[in-house]
Design a protein. Structure first.
Length: 290
């Protein structure tokens, strides 16, 4: 498939493109450039009917975005992962035997943090670039993923707020974000895997040259500010950035492959009946380095 044949249908007034009739496994280099251009424009790309294996997903991610984020830290949380590939994150409610986890399973409690608005790996340096989620099994209802366009959110901020945050930085920590839902039982070894990282509150996207506001549930405090003042500002920005007009809700179908750009998007998973319904998705994430 050539670049000219990559035609996306817009799914939201502000962002999100949909590709049909495309097999990501066989794209040539020019077509991959076309995918990157679509990502710069839409921020989120929904590709339908992808019968893609775990190995093929990782290979495509390397071709599209380069170096992959590994889940070494998460293997401390989930040592019995179903995949032996450290770059593949198991986004499911299934245990190593393919059975639905109990509601008390520690892995499930940790994964509930994915229902908070976040950008993947913002608690690491360098942070994430693209994330790619492949749907194998989906529940009959619920379990959607919402995406928020942080470019449009920035554009809509009052000028005085834009000026206030232009040069500020926030400290991001997955230990902090999980603590906000009551998951605090991290061992010393686990805490050492997640030291946290600083990120700017405003980022210019290198592809679109648009500014984005950079907030997430991982954002713990504003660097150099008193903690209460910083958290109030972060809450205000989060509430503005996730207004309904900036949000797209994706209802999963088996075979969906969704790519999003963490440099300008936030996302969160929505609840479903995870005690009786199976939800099996696999994610690969690339690092934001050239």
């Amino acid at each position: 498939m050539t670049t000219a044949e990559l035609q996306a249908r817009q799914l939201h007034p502000l962002f999100v493109g949909e590709l049909n009739g495309t097999d990501l496994r066989v794209l040539d280099d020019a077509a991959l450039d076309g995918v990157r251009a679509l990502m710069d424009r839409y921020g989120v790309l929904v590709v339908r009917n992808q019968e893609i294996t775990d190995d093929e997903q990782a290979a495509f991610a390397r071709r599209l975005g380069g170096q992959l984020v590994t889940t070494v830290g998460l293997r401390v949380i989930n040592p019995a992962a179903r995949s032996g590939d450290p770059a593949l994150t198991d986004i499911s409610n299934l245990d190593e035997n393919g059975e639905i986890m109990s509601r008390e399973d520690r892995r499930r409690m940790y994964a509930l943090g994915n229902r908070l608005w976040h950008s993947d790996s913002s608690f690491q340096n360098p942070p994430a670039r693209y994330s790619m989620l492949s749907a194998k099994e989906v529940p009959s209802s619920g379990g959607e993923t919402e995406y928020a366009d942080m470019r449009a959110a920035y554009d809509a901020l009052p000028d005085e707020l834009k000026a206030q945050i232009e040069h500020l930085r926030a400290f991001h920590s997955i230990i902090y974000s999980r603590s906000t839902i009551g998951f605090t039982e991290f061992s010393d070894a686990e805490r050492a895997q997640f030291p946290g990282a600083e990120q700017p509150l405003v980022r210019v996207h290198p592809g679109s040259h648009r500014k984005s506001v950079v907030v997430a549930s991982h954002a713990e405090h504003i660097v150099g500010w008193p903690v209460p003042d910083g958290r109030l500002l972060l809450r205000e920005l989060m509430s503005l950035a996730t207004l309904p007009q900036f949000v797209y809700r994706h209802t999963w179908r088996a075979g969906d492959f969704v790519i999003w750009d963490n440099r300008c998007m936030m996302h969160r998973g929505l609840p479903f009946d995870d005690a009786t319904q199976r939800r099996d998705l696999r994610r690969v994430t690339t690092i934001d380095v050239d």
